[in-house]
Design a protein. Sequence first.
Lengths: 389, 315
Amino acid sequence: MSVRTLPLLFLNLGGEMLYILDQRLRAQNIPGDKARRDEWTEVDRKRVLHDIVLTMFNKSFIEELLKPQELYSKKALRTIYDRLAHASIMRLNQASMDKLYDLMTMALKYQVLLCPRPKDVLLVTYNHLDAIKGLIHDNPPLLHLVDETFRQLIEVYGCLSAGEFQLIRQTLLTFFQDLHIRVSIFLKDKVQNSNGRFVLPVTGPVPWGTEVPGLIRMFNSKGEEVRRVKFPHGGNYVIAPKEGSFEVYGDRVLKLGTNMYSVNRPMETHTSGTSKNLASQTQQSIAPNPLAKEELNFLARLMGGMEITKPSGSEPGFRLNLFTTDEEEEQAALTRPEELSHEVVNIQATQDQQRNQELARIMGEFEVKDQPRWSASKGDDLLAMMDEL
Amino acid sequence: MFRRERSIPLRGSAAALGNNLCVLHLPVCNLTHFGVVHGPSAQLLSVAPEGVPLAQRQLHAKEGPGLSSPLITQVHWCALPFRVLLVLTSHRGIQMYESDGSVMVYWHALDSRDASPDSTQAVFARGIASCGHFICVGMWSGRVLVFDIPLKGPNIVLSEELAAHPASVTDIASEPAQEPDCMADVVTADDSGLLCVWWSGPEFKLLTRIPGFGVPCNSVQLWKGIVAAGYGNGQVRLYEASTGALHVQINAHARAVCALDLAPGVGKLLSAAEDTFVHIWKLSKSRWSTVMGSVCLTPSCVVPGSVTRPAAPLL
C-alpha cells in the first residue's frame, strides 16, 4: 500500500528490540569483578546495544531504507531482525529469537492501533529514537548517526499529508493483521483480552485537531450558526492538552513508543492455545511466493548496507536467554511448531540462469567493501538463504 | 426504530480500511450478501433470513508486477437498473464480476506509468459507485474513471476520466433516488477533504466543489440533494449539494470516521468510527439531525458499518 511504511516499521520494531534486550541484559547482569567468563556484565550490555545501534543506523542502510518501496513480507523482515540481533557478541537461539520477535511485533501493533491520529505514528517513532539516544548517550559518534537519521525522517515525513499518514497506518495494520499473541504485560495491564485482541479505550484525550464529541452545530444559508444541540456520546473524552513535537528535540506528549519494560516486569508470551492463529500464520508462511526472488534482490540491496561484525576466534559469543530459565527455553524450543522455523527461507523457484548471475553479482558487491571484517561470513549467510534456488 | 439481528461470523478478519463492508439485499430470493475485504482477498458471504449463513466465497486481487501480493482496497455491489455487478478495487486494478462473484466480466489494469516519476506514491484504485448505467471508480491520482455498462455481457467501456481531485480518491456515492429538482447525481471525496458534486450523463459535469480543511474525507453519502461527509477528525458534516453550503457540523466521533451508510427510505444515516461507536442520525430536509441511538461495541472491534434495510441496520 503506502511506499513510505518500511522505515517506520523497521525503526519502531528495532526500538522495541533494544528495549527488550536492554531489559533482559540488565536482568542477567553480574558485577564485573564477580562475573565468570560466560556471564553478562554492564560493559557487555553496553557493547551489545552499541553494536546493534551502530548496525541499525548505518548511513547507507538508512539511505536504502528511506527509498520509496513496498513493504517486505513478514519472512523477509524477520530475516533482517535475525541479522540485526546477531550484529554483536550476543547469540540467541531460535526459541528466544521467536519470543523476541513476538514481543516486538505485538508491542508495535498495540502502539499503531492506539495512535490517536495517523500522524502520531511518527511521534511513536520519535519516542523510540529518543529512548535509543538515551541508551547510547555516552557514545557521541553513535548519537550523531541517530540524529542524522532523525533529520532524514523529518525531511521525508514532514511534508506528508494526513491522508498519506492514514495510508501508512492502514499499511502497518494490514502487516499486523491476524497477529493475536498474548503478552503478559498487556494482559496484566488489561490492554489486551484473553483472546489476544487489544482493548480500545473510550476515555482520555481526543487526538490533536479533533473536538470532543457531543455537539451538533447548525448553519443557515449565509453560513451563520443558528443553533447548537448537545447529545450524549457514550465515551468520556477530554480535549487534547497540546500537540507533540515533531522536531529532533521536544516533548512528544504521547507515551506510546516509550520503554514499557522496567527491570521487574515480566515479558512472557503465550503461544499455546492459539493453534487457530498459528494455522492461519503457517498457511501464509509456507505458501511458495513466486515473487520471492524479486524480494531477495531488494533484501540483498538493503542488507548490503548492513555491516555485521563477526566475533574473532578468541572471543566467545555470549548467549542471551529471553526466558526465565534455560529449561524454559529448551522446552519452548521443543514445542515450537516446525512451520514457524524462520531459519531457512524455502523458496520454490525455477532455475533462472540470468537471475542467478544477477544475485551472484550483488553478492560479489558485498565483498568489495573496505571493512575487512565482514566478507566471507555475510556472503555465506546469504548463500545459505538461497540454498533452495 | 431498529433492532440488532443475529451476529454472523466471518471466516477471516476484516482489514483496517474505510468503507469495508458492503451489503446486497435480494428481496426476491430473501437473501443478503455481505462483502468484506480481508487483505489480499475479499470474503463474500450469503445469508438467509435469521442470519443463517449459506455460502462463502473468496475473491483475490489479480496479480501483476510488484513485490508483494496485491491488496484489495474495496469491494462493492453496484446495483444498476438492469444488472448487478460486484466491483473489486486493488493495488493492481479494477475487477468486475457478476453479482455472485462467480465470473469476472471485466479487468482494468492500473497503469503504473501514470504514477509520479519518482514513484513516491502508492498506486491503487479506491471508491466505487454506480449511477444509471455508469460505474465510477476512483484512483490514487485523484482521477475518477467512468465505465459505461451494457445491459449484459462483458463489453464494458471506459467512457470518461474525471480530473478534479488533487489527492487520492477515498469514496464515491450516488443519489439513491432521483429527486425532480435535484441535479446532483454523484459525489466524490478525497484525502484532502475536497468533495466534488457531479451531474451524470454522456459527459459528467462538475456542479460544485466543497473544499476540505486539511483532514481526509473517508466516507461520503448523497441523499435528496444533501451531501453527508465523514472526516478523519471524527466530524460528520452535511452540505447542500447544489451550492456547497454547510448546513450541519457534528462532532460525532473521537476518532476518524471510517464509514457512512444511508437508509434512503427513512432518511437515516449511520456513522461508524475507530472510536468503536456507531451512531444513527435522522435526517430531514426541514429539520436537521437528531441522534436516534448510539451503540458502543465491545471495545476491541472496529466496525465499517452498513445499513441493509430501513428497519434493520447491521451492527
